[in-house]
Design a protein around this ligand. Structure first.
Ligand code: SME
Length: 169
């Protein structure tokens, strides 16, 4: 019989809002299990984008940009087609890549240089992907809601990004 309490988060519609740390702990475990045993970076990034997109409520885009030379190039994602190349330092993704720090943007219209790929996006969270000290790309999450992401989302998504790095790095 189907047991919702043990289902992977992306197979349920249960909310993430009540206890975000617990939600992200469960999702991290499921993501690790999903990527375990596969070494192909494209396959693992694609499954990670799908798992994140379908687990976190109120997203309109979730996916990866990877560092290629001195720019970020679009990787696996879920959502509308997006801009393919982002120079380091440009937009939220380029700023996170440059600073190697997560950037939480409650209102994209208030972020100078924000790159609007999907006009529905209102808030954004970008996490750099670091393999030891090496920048390999960013995880980008967009929401149609203003201030969708808080510090708990940032901490939870940083943990998810670390798992992805282990499976694609
Ligand atoms: N908004 C991002 C660009 C990527 S899309 O949102 C998918 C930015 O400003 O870097």
């Amino acid at each position: 019989m189907h047991d919702a309490t043990h289902a992977a988060p992306w197979t349920t519609t249960q909310g993430a809002a009540n206890d975000k740390p617990a939600f992200y702990r469960d999702l991290a475990e499921e993501l690790d299990a999903l990527l375990q045993g596969e070494t192909d970076p494209t396959a693992n990034a694609a499954n990670a984008a799908a798992a994140i997109y379908h687990s976190l409520p109120d997203l309109n885009w979730a996916g990866f940009y990877f560092l290629r030379g001195d720019e970020l190039v679009l990787g696996p994602f879920q959502g509308r087609p997006a801009c393919v190349r982002i120079p380091i330092g440009r937009g939220v993704c380029g700023a996170a890549a440059q600073s190697r720090r997560s950037i939480l943007v409650p209102d994209v219209e208030a972020f100078p240089g924000h790159i609007a790929c999907d006009s529905a996006s209102r808030s954004e969270l970008v996490i750099p992907l670091l393999a030891n000290e090496r920048l390999i790309g960013v995880l980008d999450l967009d929401s149609p809601m203003l201030a969708r992401f808080d510090a708990a989302d940032q901490a939870g998504c940083e943990a998810l990004a670390a798992i992805v790095v282990r499976h694609i790095g």
